[in-house]
Design a protein around this ligand. Structure first.
Ligand code: PBG
Length: 337
């Protein structure tokens, strides 16, 4: 305890005085959440695939035709940024992932429509190959190896297709080495020096991505294989700091820690170390755990969601990607504290 810190003592000092009323609790609240800090994660599906994801209750996958209406609801609630994830039909997936270069693909198509309908909505796109590969890895594969340098060249071209379609923020989630630099260089060469990069900088090899992989259709394809040769080991934090530092050096404008809740210590350390805009990804497994507990009657959804999001902010997040963005924004609009 610092020496000159005056703590007071009971009974003159009563910590509960400021906790008596809503207004006094709000006056002394140290952390605040605004809908403008929420990024809604949205699956853009091939029209032949179903809406629902059985392991991700309450989250729908939208066809390009449905995207304006669903994002409109988010916009009206106060959300001003969406993160788009493509869900392809298996026929479009291949070992070389070449569909990721299709300028008429799901994300470019959705991006063009969204930009037109909501000019002041931030469009963030996931850049990785797992949506496009027949094996479910985030990179090109040779034998047992996920190839680094070949993949980052392709990722840079993939990012360019998105920038051409009006995506504002390229968000590489692959965790391969050197991809931020490769993407930045190509974007700059092509005149996209104002396109932002949000790097999945400290992304862990987590079980919590399971429902997301179901949404993409990549869990079955991966089978017993895993992503530990490129995503971070949950036992490490120094390594996450070094990873993040390298991404910043390569040109990342914002960095991300993912998952959020099991890695709040990493989030706090990243923010404290670099003091750069830092985003938390409240991932599918975290959301699904809450939803299932709510379904069982064990937790309250609104309280659970808001406490999770506040926890991210308290740990240092500037922004949060979450499947609950629309629900949270509506609650905030109604004055939830
Ligand atoms: C992969 C990617 C993943 C997520 C976002 N981008 C999954 C993975 O790395 O296997 C997970 C998001 C979530 O679980 O909500 N490109």
């Amino acid at each position: 305890m610092p020496k000159n810190l005056v703590l007071g003592q009971f009974p003159e000092t009563r910590m509960r005085r400021t906790r008596q009323f809503d207004w006094s609790r709000s006056l002394v609240a140290e952390t605040h959440l605004s809908s403008r800090e929420l990024i809604w994660s949205v699956f853009v599906r091939d029209g032949t695939l179903p809406h629902e994801v059985p392991t991700l209750p309450g989250v729908k996958r939208y066809a390009v035709d449905e995207i304006i209406d669903s994002v409109g609801e988010a916009y009206d609630a106060g959300v001003r940024a969406v993160a788009l994830f493509p869900v392809l039909n298996d026929e479009k997936k291949s070992d070389d992932a070449l569909e990721c270069l299709n300028p008429e693909g799901l994300i470019p198509e959705a991006a063009r429509r969204l930009k037109k309908a909501f000019p002041d909505l931030g469009l963030i796109s996931d850049v990785a190959l797992d949506s496009y590969t027949s094996h479910g890895h985030d990179g090109l594969v040779k034998g047992d190896e996920v190839l680094n340098d070949e993949t980052i060249n392709l990722l840079a071209k993939h990012a360019l297709v998105h920038a051409d379609a009006g995506i504002d923020v390229i968000s590489p989630s692959d965790m391969l080495d050197g991809r931020i630099g490769a993407i930045r260089t190509l974007l700059d060469q092509k005149g996209y020096h104002n396109t932002l990069i949000l790097s999945y900088a400290a992304k862990y090899a987590s079980c919590l991505y399971g429902p997301f992989r179901d949404a993409l259709g990549s869990r079955k394809k991966l089978g017993a294989k895993h992503k530990k040769s490129y995503q971070l080991d949950p036992r490490n934090v120094n390594e996450a700091i070094r990873e993040t530092g390298l991404d910043i050096q390569e040109g990342a404008d914002m960095v991300m820690v993912k998952p959020a809740l099991l890695y709040l210590d990493v989030l706090a350390k990243v923010k404290e170390t670099f003091k750069v805009p830092t985003c938390a990804f409240h991932v599918s497994g975290e959301y699904a755990m809450l939803k299932n507990a709510v379904h069982a009657g064990w937790l309250n959804y609104e309280q659970g969601l808001m406490e999770m999001l506040i926890a991210c902010k308290r740990a240092g997040a500037d922004a949060i990607i979450t499947y609950g963005a629309v629900d949270a924004a509506k609650l905030l609009k109604d004055g939830y504290e």
